[in-house]
Design a protein around this ligand. Sequence first.
Ligand SMILES: Cc1cc2nc3c(=O)[nH]c(=O)nc-3n(C[C@H](O)[C@H](O)[C@H](O)COP(=O)(O)OP(=O)(O)OC[C@H]3O[C@@H](n4cnc5c(N)ncnc54)[C@H](O)[C@@H]3O)c2cc1C
Length: 427
Amino acid sequence: MGFNDQLGMANSWYAETATPAPSRPSLTEDREVDLVIVGGGCTGLSAALHAAERGMSVVLLEGGRIGWGASGRNGGQMIPGLRKSAVELREALGLDRARALLDLAFEARSLVLELIARHAIDCDLRLTGHILGAAKASDLRWMEAEAECLGGQMAYPHVEVLSAAQTRAEVATEYHGALVDRLGGHMHPLNYALGMAQAAEAAGAAIFEDSPAMAIGETSAGVEVSVGQLRVRAKQAMLAGDALLHGIDAAVERRIMPVANYLVATAPLADPAAIIAHDQAVSDSRFVVNYYRLSRDGRLIFGGGERYSPDPPADIAAFVRPHLERVFPQLSGVRIDHAWGGLVSITRSRLPHLGRHGEVVFAHGYSGQGVLLSTLAGRLAVEAVCCDVDRFARFASLAPPPFPGGEALRGPLHTMGMLWYALRDRL
Ligand SMILES: Cc1cc2nc3c(=O)[nH]c(=O)nc-3n(C[C@H](O)[C@H](O)[C@H](O)COP(=O)(O)OP(=O)(O)OC[C@H]3O[C@@H](n4cnc5c(N)ncnc54)[C@H](O)[C@@H]3O)c2cc1C
């Protein structure tokens, strides 16, 4: 199995409906450039595009296929903002810093829309809003406080709280109400990533597939990345491997925890609008979140159920089905045509981790909200590479603490914690 072919990606609805893309060459000779990027998901592709547009010479190394990491297999939900609520951010950072951080995070959406328009990326973009369903009555209280904080102090007037009845009119399941972000939406994430790759190449970046970076080291002139016996020498490097980085920088990787998450695509539904009335993206407030939306051909793309062990379930569709049927009992027995999974990287603070060690910048750990943030992070990393650090520093100054326990204990300790929270969902 290839570098990022794991967890059923080949059986995903995205792979089946991907825009035809050229297969890109592997690295075959040493190269010397301004910037070398490790990772061909939206973080790395955005960095490649923005660096090339600034006239830098760029090599992007992808160990497997472009977009076959989290970027091309996720739920496609475009959720503005950060995984941490505005209220929590205000409490932790004070109003001014919280607002500066959120303003930047909200910029991710306009950047993505601008790139889609400018590069004519065909990715089923649907700007229909995002609904966060309240799984418990008590969730509605923090949603009300959140809407007030966003609309007032954070000057983001695009959210509203729906009652249980109003929510029921939008989504055919039982929630106690919902927080709606009218600027949310959804897209075909693999086609977005493939479009970004094409745009980066058109701007002059060189992209290599099946070219895993095995080590990275500093030299007197900058950095050197090795791919087998070959070397890419550069003034600076960017690590954009997220949960798939494979041990080339332990200090960076300790800040994130990969959690496996699984999705299915049903057969096209007879009446998709009877499930989601206005084609919104939907997720719920459970700790182990259910998230779903319709595809352009009327399937329900549903993600639910996490596993903290590295081994995938033997039958991914059977693993996800009970979660889907609990949310939509009316779809019991629905045919499932596609099932796949991926690794979500989370941080302890649930904020992205952006930073720099010497000549190496990195960005990862979007904690389940990377569809928009990854593209922004790629751009911020390039700003930092070009010594314009102000915006990059808004995130870099909030580096999440490492997961405890070192390499051996990080997984088991975290598993215990996550299982406890998952149990709380059921109480
Ligand atoms: C199942 C799932 C559902 C999700 N749903 C949503 C959602 O609905 N909404 C949302 O906002 N976010 C969602 N996310 C999160 C989002 O997909 C990620 O945050 C985002 O795609 C991360 O992008 P990235 O480019 O940083 O990483 P990736 O897309 O994972 O790209 C990293 C790339 O780096 C490559 N790589 C790694 N190490 C090396 C190396 N040593 N050498 C060469 N190449 C290397 C990998 O092969 C990979 O292609 C989901 C994630 C998953 C897994």
